[in-house]
Design a protein around this ligand. Sequence first.
Ligand code: C5P
Length: 227
Amino acid sequence: MSRIALVPAAGGGSRMGAGRPKQYLELAGRPLLAHTLARLLAEPRLDRIVLVLAADDGWFDTFAWPEDRRLAVLRVGGPSRAESVRNGLAVLAADAGDWVLVHDAARCCLPAAALARLIDTLDDDEVGGLLAVPVADTLKRADGGLRVAATVARDGLWQAQTPQMFRAGLLARALGGELDAGVTDEASAVERLGLSPRLVEGDTMNLKVTWPHDLPLARAILAAERG
Ligand code: C5P
C-alpha cells in the first residue's frame, strides 16, 4: 500500500497581509512550512511528500529544508487551492500510488496521533475521508447584514480539516470535473461523485493559520508540545 502526501503551498496568504506568503512566516525559528513538513516526514507510512509551489515562488529557495529523499517539489500551483492539487496530481499521474493525503501547508500543528488515526482508519476504506472535528459553537445564519435570521442546529455538523485521504484515481477523477467556488476541499469534490467520505476525529490543535491572530496560537501550540 503506497501513500503520498500532497501539500498545496501555492497560496498568496492575502488574509494574513504579511508581505510574504504565510507558509514562509517564521514560527519558533523556522518557516511555518518547515513545521508542516516535519510532521509529515515523521510518519513513516508516508512514502513521499510532494510540495506544490507557485511557479513564480521566490521564497522557497531562500530557506534551508530537510534533506530527505521522500521530499519532492513541484512548481505547478494554480489560481485556487483545488487547481494546485489537481495540477500536482496531474504531474504525479500513475506515480501517485494507492492513496493521496492532501494536507494544507498552513496546518503546521498537525498532531502525530491525528495523522496516524486517519491512516489507521482509512487504509481499508473504499473511498477515503478526512480529519474533522464536531462543531462546538452555536451557529447563527445572518440575514445578509448583521442581524440573526436563524440559529442553525449544530447536531451532526463537523468542521473539515486536513489531511484528506483519498484513493489516488478517485481523487484525480473528482478534481477532473468543474472546479467552482464550492470545491473548497478534496472531500467536496468527491461528494460530487455521489460518494460519502468518512469523517475521522481530528484535533482542535490542527488549526489552519489564516489570520494574523492565528500566529500566536500556533506558536503557543508548538511551544506547549516542546514542553
Ligand atoms: O488560503 P487557504 O488557507 O485556504 O489555503 C489553504 C492551502 O492551500 C494553503 O496551504 C495554501 O498555500 C494552498 N493554496 C494553494 N494554491 C492556491 C491557494 C491556496 O496551494 N492557489
